[in-house]
Design a protein around this ligand. Structure first.
Ligand SMILES: *Cc1c(COP(=O)(O)O)cnc(C)c1O
Length: 436
């Protein structure tokens, strides 16, 4: 399979090139040249396959023979080593728990698979790779965990001092080996500026091979398709309409679901839920998209004003807005609705949603009440564990949550970080000093 750029100004490339480069030379996003179709048998026999077997078969459709069967199996079994269980709430809505990975958010799927794939390619021919990631919280820990202990790859996580939650900081600063946390005395934008400046610094790039573990890397999208199939396998009533509700920010998760549908997964419609950052919901309603600045909310991983994967969704449907509207419904929930939903779902079902999942539940529940037949099943993607949002859940909703052991573990470790100013020349000196 070859991957083309959504800007269409550079030549299509192999899977390896797409993964190692992240972005196309012309600045576009990589998309597969065709969407592989699965035969009907595959869908009918999903129940006989394990999650990892499903993951392998889907991945192989895109990677083909670029990675040998035994190496691809190794990558899948190392990356996708935790489950995605479907928990029924009532007779229609079930929750797909995507937070059983090491950092308790669905980003573990993408980050771990991308890390293992890059680790595979680097072992063949590349020089030691230094990955720089600026983070405002969640992405950094998923990426750091994914690359943890990968030979040939060093990871530097830049985070703004004092501006991430205590839990997030502990997740970032308690790894060692090939992961270094850089505590920048500045804002998230400063962190991003330092990373960007170093990528265009020719002197630095002569000495060190730098790379970004970019969130728009196709290797992060691919493993997000796996769990749509895994969810479908676990749905009890598959004979009516089937809805997937996706709490959305940069639209990567939604895009993966749409590709899964194009491959043959029988989904009636996707419900994309946004928070107060309503640009995508308005795009689906009106057909025109207006980029804007992001607004801070309790579901902060979805605080996105200009979603990076919108380009990919347009490509998938050849920019035909009525086709896009046929496949996607979208609406939003504000912070007050989010808190009320966490409370009401707990009161009704004894289940604690995190703020992102609550945005999804609110939009999905309204949709089901106003549309569709009685014979239907809906899957709500729960993108993070509620314990990651302890402040919101305990202070605002007044519920107690048990903290999972893997989170407790890092909370009891010693914080290790390298404090740096937001000054580029100091950052550059630091990077040069690691290459003694
Ligand atoms: C990143 C993230 C999202 C948004 O996912 P996109 O693929 O960017 O739309 C939703 N919930 C959580 C918890 C996240 O970390």
């Amino acid at each position: 399979m070859k991957f083309y750029s959504t800007n269409k100004k550079s030549e299509p490339v192999s899977f390896e090139k797409a993964v190692m480069a992240g972005l196309a030379d012309d600045g576009g996003l990589f998309m597969p040249q065709s969407i592989p179709e699965l035969d009907k048998n595959f869908i009918d026999q999903l129940e006989k396959l394990t999650f990892q077997e499903i993951a392998f078969l889907i991945a192989q459709k895109f990677i083909e023979d670029e990675i040998s069967i035994s190496d691809l199996e190794k990558i899948i079994y190392a990356a996708i080593n935790f489950p995605a269980p479907l928990i029924p709430l009532d007779d229609k809505i079930s929750v797909l728990e995507l937070f059983h990975g090491p950092t308790l958010a669905f980003k573990d799927f993408g980050a771990r698979f991308m890390a293992k794939a890059m680790g595979h390619f680097i072992s063949k021919q590349y020089r030691e790779l230094n990955i720089l990631v600026a983070t405002s919280g969640d992405t950094g820990s998923a990426v750091a965990n994914g690359f943890y202990d990968t030979p040939g790859i060093n990871v530097f996580i830049l985070y703004p001092k004092g501006k991430v939650s205590h839990i997030q900081e502990m997740q970032l600063t308690t790894l060692d080996k090939n992961v270094t946390a850089l505590e920048i005395d500045g804002t998230f934008d400063d962190c991003q500026r330092l990373v960007k400046s170093s990528f265009v610094d020719t002197e630095l790039n002569k000495v060190l091979t730098l790379s970004s573990a970019n969130s728009i890397n196709f290797a992060r999208l691919l493993p997000q398709m796996f769990y749509y199939f895994e969810a479908y396998k676990q749905i009890e009533n598959r004979f009516g309409e089937i809805f997937f509700c996706v709490p959305s920010g940069n639209l990567g998760n939604l895009t993966a679901g749409l590709i899964a549908k194009k491959m043959g997964l029988p989904v009636t419609k996707f419900i994309a839920a946004t928070n107060a950052n309503t640009g995508f919901a308005e795009y689906i309603r009106t057909g025109s998209f207006i980029p804007r600045n992001s607004i801070l909310t309790f579901s902060n991983a979805m605080d996105v004003g200009n979603p990076s994967n919108l380009e990919r969704i347009r490509e998938l449907y050849f920019n035909n807005i009525s086709d896009i509207q046929k496949n996607i419904y979208s609406d939003s929930a504000d912070d007050i609705e989010t808190l009320k939903t966490i409370k009401s779902v707990y009161d009704k079902h004894g289940y604690i949603l995190d703020p992102h999942g609550a945005v999804g539940y609110f939009v999905l529940n309204n949709y089901l009440q106003n549309h569709g037949s009685n014979n239907r099943s809906a899957v709500l993607l729960e993108t993070a564990h509620p314990a990651k949002f302890l402040d919101v859940i305990e202070k605002e909703v007044k519920l107690n949550i048990e903290i999972p052991e893997r989170l407790m573990n890092c909370l009891s470790k010693e914080k290790k970080s390298v404090p740096l100013s937001a000054n580029y020349s100091q950052f550059k000196d630091y990077l040069l000093s690691i290459k003694k």
